[in-house]
Ligand binder design. Structure first.
Ligand SMILES: C[S@@+](CC[C@H](N)C(=O)[O-])C[C@H]1O[C@@H](n2cnc3c(N)ncnc32)[C@H](O)[C@@H]1O
Length: 219
């Protein structure tokens, strides 16, 4: 029998001593950083380019939001790749670890960190070039049991993410939908709210498991 991999529990697995443990884990660091590097490649995927072949180029100076930045592994890789980064996380225990890293590292001086909810982003309309989110987007509906409310929250968030992006803005979300239904409502919250794109899975036959949504703001 194939056992389903257990997803972490939010917020329990990211507070107090669990946040300390997360931040000390070399495995977690490697894993988050590797996924972020892959996400950066997906951000520049040529299949997202316009019909005439034009698109964005690695090396241009972009402002990127890292949604659910946790203790800052993904933000660190983004900065190493030359981006200006604003990391956003809802949990003080996680964000304070990222703040400690910023204080002690010259390379992270430009990193901006905001304690906030992805569903209520304190970010101005038309102010961000691109957005990524690594292993965090799953959790944004954690408080809600009701299917209709879930869909509404995701749609409202997708809509506002579209508004804060500048023209040609792209979004790559790496997450772990539990099943086909969850995958569908997360995907639709972008596709029905001004985005186009496609998804990539390690195992295309598997509905749950690691999924990347590669999206761009429609012209
Ligand atoms: C697996 S961790 C983040 C990993 C992060 N990419 C890193 O490099 O460390 C998931 C994070 O998502 C954050 N999160 C969950 N729900 C959120 C929400 N609604 N708004 C902002 N952050 C959220 C959690 O607090 C947690 O820090």
């Amino acid at each position: 029998m194939v056992r389903k991999k257990q997803l972490p529990i939010f917020p329990d697995d990211y507070i107090e001593d669990k946040a300390v443990e997360y931040n000390r884990s070399k495995w977690m660091e490697r894993n988050q950083k590797r996924t972020t590097s892959l996400t950066i490649q997906y951000l520049f995927d040529e299949k997202l380019n316009n019909k005439n072949g034009t698109g964005i180029k690695l090396g241009d100076s972009f402002l990127i939001l890292d949604l659910g930045c946790g203790t800052g592994y993904s933000s660190e890789i983004l900065i190493q790749n030359g981006f200006k980064v604003v990391g956003i996380d809802i949990l003080y225990d996680m964000l304070s670890k990222a703040r400690e890293k910023k204080k002690s590292s010259k390379d992270l001086k430009t990193l901006e960190l905001i304690l906030a909810d992805i569903n209520f982003l304190p970010i101005r309309v038309n102010s961000v070039d691109h957005i990524i989110s690594i292993s965090s987007y799953n959790f944004i509906t954690h408080k809600i049991e009701n299917f209709g409310e879930n869909v509404k929250l995701l749609n409202d968030t997708g809509k506002y993410i579209n508004k804060i992006l500048k023209q040609n803005g792209r979004v790559v979300i790496e997450f772990y939908p539990q099943d086909d239904n969850e995958l569908k409502i997360f995907n639709k919250s972008f596709i029905n709210n001004g985005f186009e794109g496609f998804m990539v899975k390690n195992n295309p036959n598997q509905k749950s498991g690691q999924t990347f949504l590669l999206l761009k703001k429609k012209m």
